[in-house]
Ligand binder design. Structure first.
Ligand code: 3Y8
Ligand code: NAP
Length: 251
């Protein structure tokens, strides 16, 4: 059986995997939700937009004769990961997740770990301060109950509607970010508090390194739970899995 992969993308690791797949001549497609206007160019053919829930993904897997699915989505893309587990089980297609370990607080880090976006909002119930909120556009409305703060917002695209905060500044930028850039940004806006998702990986870590250097507190949002699935942590491990999963099927 000639492998035909579906990579659920949207992360640095997904892009690196697609580059490796193209280099070894494996056939595949990378998929994006269509969250941002111009997903970065990919070394494999790409598709953009939801599948239409589990049923839509099952139909896609069958119609495209997908032989392997790699869920390389962001750890906060929990709905996509749940759907992939259910759809691959139903369609009988092997699934593996390419995930990155959560960040762990290091010497000098001042983290308050919270379990959800709402818990992060509750943690902002405090006198006015200056917050960098670099958690993407979709979660901004949740923070409306705390307009007392100044918010430095980092977004991939300019927002269609103004954010629900009277005192804010928007930086339109996409990662991966570097520590010096985030140090300069946070100093120039006199930031005193960082709100971050525990994304893991390297692309979003710059603000955590900058917070450590500036000795700033961080409200760190833990990633949501996803159901049990096979998890790998490197591109090479995925390439080995594709090879074994192809030969294990004995076809
Ligand atoms: C559309 C596709 C690559 C992938 C690069 C990674 C690194 C740079 C850092 C900060 C944190 C944040 C956000 C972030 C990073 C990588 C990776 C990563 C964080 C793109 C991309 C898509 C998205 C969607 C976007 C979310 C938002 C999250 C911004 C491409 C650029 C905050 C996550 O405006 C919106 O609606 C943005 C939405 C989902 C989080 C959220 O929940 O709101 N990513 N980001 C994907 C799709 O359509 O399927 O254009 O490359 C990808 C990347 N963003 O190929 O190199 O691997 O994580 N992405 C977070 O970590 O908290 C920014 O600003 O410090
Ligand atoms: P989500 O809440 O888990 O998924 C919501 C719905 O979006 C899914 O049910 C699916 O729609 C669609 N979807 C999500 N990822 C998709 C993909 N790669 N290809 C096709 N459809 C997809 O997802 P999210 O948190 O909004 O994340 C969306 C995208 O941004 C993902 O690619 C993710 O990797 C990337 N991203 C997210 C974050 C984050 O913090 N959430 C950070 C960085 C990158 P259907 O049910 O219709 O199939």
């Amino acid at each position: 059986m000639v492998p035909n992969l579906l990579v659920l993308g949207g992360t640095t690791e997904a892009t690196a995997l697609c580059r490796a797949l193209a280099e070894v001549g494996l056939v595949g497609t990378i998929s994006f939700a269509g969250r941002v206007k111009r997903p970065v160019r990919q070394p494999l053919p790409q598709r953009v937009g939801g599948f239409g829930g589990v049923a839509g993904l099952v139909s896609y897997l069958r119609a495209e004769k997908i032989t392997h699915v790699v869920d390389a989505t962001h750890p906060f893309a929990a709905q996509m990961s749940r759907n992939a587990i259910a759809a691959c089980a139903e369609a009988g297609v092997p699934l593996v997740a390419l995930t990155r370990a959560p960040w762990m607080a290091q010497e000098g880090d001042q983290w308050t770990s919270v379990q959800s976006i709402d818990a992060a909002v509750a943690a902002l119930d405090r006198p006015a301060t200056r917050v960098i909120l670099a958690i993407g556009r979709m979660n901004l409305p949740a923070f409306a109950p705390h307009p007392q703060h100044f918010y430095l917002l980092r977004l991939v695209d300019p927002p269609e509607t103004p954010p629900p905060f009277p005192d804010h500044h928007i930086v339109v930028d996409r990662g991966p970010f570097d520590t010096q850039g985030d140090l300069d940004l946070m100093r120039s806006f006199d930031i005193s508090l960082v709100v971050s998702k525990n994304a893991g990986g390297t692309g979003a870590y710059a603000k955590i390194l900058a917070a450590r250097a500036l000795r700033l507190p961080v409200i760190m949002i833990d990633r949501p739970q996803v159901p049990e699935r096979r998890e790998l942590h490197s591109v090479q491990a995925v390439l080995d899995w594709v090879h074994h999963a192809s030969t294990d099927l004995g076809v």
